[in-house]
Design a protein around this ligand. Structure first.
Ligand code: ADP
Ligand code: MG
Length: 570
């Protein structure tokens, strides 16, 4: 006998539901996109699994997503023949929020709500997913049967804090999601109407790569023989009749395979939104087609703003891998390095071995070559950006890009051309290294920098006094990651990068020697007083107005690095 069990939603799910229902009312349409995208993901997963286990498919090999509406009962159903879920999987995926950074995200949302600045964009960053069904539905029923299983489960909830789960009947694998629509307000869209669904699918799900089908009413010409005619044989009354037929609502275009000239700017943007679930237009895109030994097509996007989880280690990569338009996998880390993890897009490699697994992929020569090539293209794209566009990019992703110094030695020079800093002479503007070098003072041989977490403190650092007096420009580095940058980037354009706070600046050797003698008594005294705490007392080449400062040896850690390590418990 089938038991029906009731469970409470986890607290964070309740919070999430509350926020979604209360803040996305004017963006209700997105529920359909989210449910269709889950259906499409479920088919992708099944296809991937079936490569090693073809029996999973049985004779149900025609993948599709179906939308069924019932105006009388006010229901809409989204059904797929994808991978389905077991009872455990339903409990795991639907009753909780498994995504990384949920807590941090909820906090950001609540903060925004308090300040009445909660925007759909903010929520869109997270991708509300399945729960968006509750924006339009007063009750959601999910019936699912996992591929290869013989039992189905039914999950049901009114979005009020609890859900039920029980055994169910379902003749074939896949998932059905049935929404009982809320009464709605005067003038609201009716999601049981064909044209409403048609428009939403066209706008938000056109690029889904499986057919999204719906039973529609169509006008069909009445065959001659069946038409009513008058005495002269002329037809009277209607010449067409309504019949119901199945229609595919989406174009399924693989725009990355098309030639650039055939894709409109709007299509590029819509495709980005489809891929990323971002609600905003991307900053820019790059559409590549490479022929020859390493053949591939790629359509890559740089988002306009950084996702909130950019620095969470578990976050997904944004690259989908295809082989001749056939989806292979999501989240393909092998195609772009970590430090370009903000890129979203599609790579299609026609010569790829279809039975790839993630483990093989890492060693695959073709994949490695594509990756190498993509990195180069992306860095070139960044370099070619207008100043205005690059400022936008850098504000969002500059910090991530700099991680490349740590991991991508091969492209160090390319990266060196892309980093930029405020300086002692830039008046709040960013300066690239090539501009720094171009305006070095006569006699200046090194590129000076100082690291720390606070710009105004750096600017006023006594270490810079002597350099300022000589009008030598100093790069002010305020990202923790800059410590890695200066460790890896020891020179640029033949000029050594030199810390302005460590070691000797060697600005004026003769003067240093006289000072050493002149003040030897004083130095002896200070050394005696601070014996335990310092290594040495000597005349400083850094100072101009100040009397003394603490300074590290040329090979010591910077003060900032020491502070960083301490705060991370190192
Ligand atoms: P996301 O799609 O970003 O993972 P969702 O909230 O949209 O987040 O979905 C949560 C999870 O529920 C999915 O990751 C998937 O495991 C499961 N799921 C949702 N819809 C389906 C479906 N139609 N078929 C199979 N699994 C599904
Ligand atoms: Mg989803």
């Amino acid at each position: 006998e089938a038991r029906k069990e009731t469970y409470e939603f986890k607290t964070e799910v309740q919070q999430m539901l509350h926020l979604i229902i209360n803040s996305l009312y004017s963006n209700r349409d997105i529920f359909l996109r989210e449910l269709i995208s889950n259906a499409s993901d479920a088919i992708d997963k099944l296809r991937f699994k079936a490569q090693t286990d073809p029996e999973l498919l049985g004779d149900d090999t025609e993948f599709n997503i179906e939308i069924i509406t019932d105006p009388e009962n006010r229901t809409i159903e989204i059904a797929d023949n994808g991978i389905g879920m077991t009872r455990d999987e339903v409990m795991e995926n639907i009753g909780t929020i498994a995504k990384s950074g949920t807590a941090a995200f909820l906090e950001a949302l609540e903060q925004a709500q308090k300040q009445e600045s909660l925007t759909p964009e903010l929520i869109g960053q997270f991708g509300v997913g399945f729960y968006s069904a509750f924006i339009v539905a007063e009750k959601v029923t999910l019936i699912t049967r996992a591929a290869g299983a013989d039992k189905a489960v039914k999950w049901e909830s009114a979005g009020d804090g609890a859900y039920t789960i029980e055994e169910a009947e379902k003749p074939s694998r896949g998932t059905r999601i049935i929404l009982k629509l809320k009464a709605g307000e005067e003038g609201d869209k009716d999601y049981t109407q064909e044209w409403v669904i048609r428009n939403i699918v066209k706008q938000h799900s056109d690029f889904v790569s499986y057919p999204i089908r719906m039973e529609v009413e169509k006008d069909e010409p009445i065959p001659e023989a069946e038409q009513e005619k008058d005495q002269d044989g002329k037809p009277v009354g209607e010449t067409t009749r309504k019949v119901s037929a199945t229609d595919t609502l989406n174009s399924m275009k693989a725009i990355w395979m098309q030639s650039k000239n055939d894709v409109s700017e709007d299509e590029y943007k819509e495709f980005y939104k489809h891929l990323s679930h971002d609600w905003n237009d991307p900053l820019t895109h790059i559409h590549l087609k490479l022929e020859g030994i390493t053949e591939y097509s790629a359509l890559l996007y740089i988002p306009a703003s950084a996702p909130f989880d950019l620095f969470f280690p578990e976050r997904k990569h944004g690259i989908q891998l295809y082989c001749k338009r056939v989806f292979i996998m999501d989240d393909c880390k092998e195609l772009v390095p970590e430090y370009l993890r903000f890129i979203k897009g599609v790579v299609d490699a026609p010569d790829l071995n279809l039975n790839v697994s993630r483990e093989i992929l890492q060693q695959d020569l073709l994949v490695r070559n594509i990756r190498k090539n993509l990195v180069k293209k992306v860095l070139d794209l960044l370099r070619g950006m207008s100043d205005e566009e690059y400022e936008k990019f850098y504000a969002e992703f500059g910090q991530v890009l700099k991680e490349g110094f740590h991991s991508d030695w091969e492209n160090k020079d390319r990266l060196a051309d892309l980093i930029q800093y405020k300086t002692t002479r830039s008046e709040d503007k960013f300066v690239r290294l090539k501009d720094y070098v171009a305006r070095m003072k006569p006699g200046q041989e090194e590129i000076y920098y100082i690291t720390g977490d606070n710009l105004s403190m750096l600017i006023n650092s006594p270490h810079l006094e002597a350099l300022k007096a000589k009008e030598y420009e100093v790069l002010l580095m305020t990202d923790p990651v800059d410590e890695w940058v200066v460790q890896s980037l020891t020179e640029y354009d033949g000029k050594t990068l030199k810390s302005a706070e460590k070691g000797d600046l060697r600005l004026d050797d003769a003067a240093d020697d006289t000072k050493k003698e002149e003040y030897s008594g004083l130095f002896e005294f200070i050394r005696g007083q601070l014996e335990e705490k310092i290594k040495e007392v000597k005349p400083s080449s850094h100072l101009k107005d100040s009397v003394a400062c603490l300074s590290g040896d040329a090979h010591d850690m910077s003060a900032y690095m020491e502070k960083l390590l301490k705060s991370s418990g190192g």
